[in-house]
Ligand binder design. Structure first.
Ligand SMILES: *Cc1c(COP(=O)(O)O)cnc(C)c1O
Length: 233
């Protein structure tokens, strides 16, 4: 099933890129494997996927113990300070950084294992209370500056989640806002390259608006079974 799902997904990506005048080689698929076991991850790897995203530190740790660096790990969920060390130990890129406190802890933990941790800042473009992320421009610019001062942090871009709505214009605006913000930051002398935006329901719009990483779960693995005990993976 994963192979077929992926064939469909890749075709949609190709078509969208063609329409948008983009090269699909510039878009990395982050396969969001939360709630799916290592067997599914290995099957997806056989189909050519290299990058996998998890949103809970404990689940990432468990899968990392099994697979180590057989795949590239991304952390995309809300990060608690006391879990930072586990995530730094396993993730190539942390997409969901949204506070000075977190950045400092990541820097500290990365320094301990002599790693330069790549991160993205999570931006709340939706205005939704339930979503995390930075909102005000001052706050964002301060954090960008802070990152540039820390030796074991490499800030490479921004991440967002679009609001939960069927209104395509609202979703598009959220992605466009993220792109504009990246440009604004780069105009101040920084060099952010990544835009992590777009999921199963809205990746086409995200690609049109400049996504360099799309985070896709159900379109690859199928529907998640939230009643399943994830420790049984
Ligand atoms: C679960 C999740 C995704 C993927 O969601 P799908 O709708 O299954 O593609 C993407 N980003 C984040 C932050 C997630 O938690």
């Amino acid at each position: 099933m994963i192979a077929e799902n992926l064939a469909i997904l890749r075709q949609k990506i190709e078509e969208t890129c063609k329409k948008a005048g983009r090269n699909s080689a510039d878009i990395r698929i982050i396969a969001v494997s939360k709630y799916f076991g290592v067997d599914s991850i290995l099957e997806a790897k056989k189909c050519g996927l290299t990058d996998f995203g998890e949103n809970r530190a404990q689940e990432l740790v468990l899968k990392f113990e099994r697979l180590q660096n057989e795949v590239i790990w991304h952390f995309i969920g809300t990060l608690q300070k006391n879990k930072v060390k586990y995530v730094v130990n396993s993730a190539e890129l942390i997409h969901s950084v949204d506070s000075v406190e977190l950045v400092e802890e990541i820097n500290k933990r990365a320094e301990k294992i002599e790693k330069v941790q790549k991160i993205l800042l999570e931006i709340k473009t939706s205005g939704e209370e339930t979503k995390s992320g930075l909102e005000t421009e001052i706050e964002i610019l301060n954090l960008v500056k802070k990152c540039s001062e820390l030796k074991n942090i490499k800030l490479t871009g921004l991440m967002t989640m679009a609001p939960l709505t069927d209104d395509v214009n609202i979703i598009r605006k959220s992605f466009r806002d993220l792109r504009n913000l990246k440009n604004k930051i780069n105009n101040k002398g920084y060099n952010l390259t990544e835009l992590s935006m777009g999921m199963t329901s809205d990746f086409e719009i995200a690609i049109e608006e400049g996504a360099t990483m799309i985070r896709i779960g159900s379109a690859i693995f199928g529907d998640r079974d939230y009643s399943k005990d994830w420790r049984q993976i």
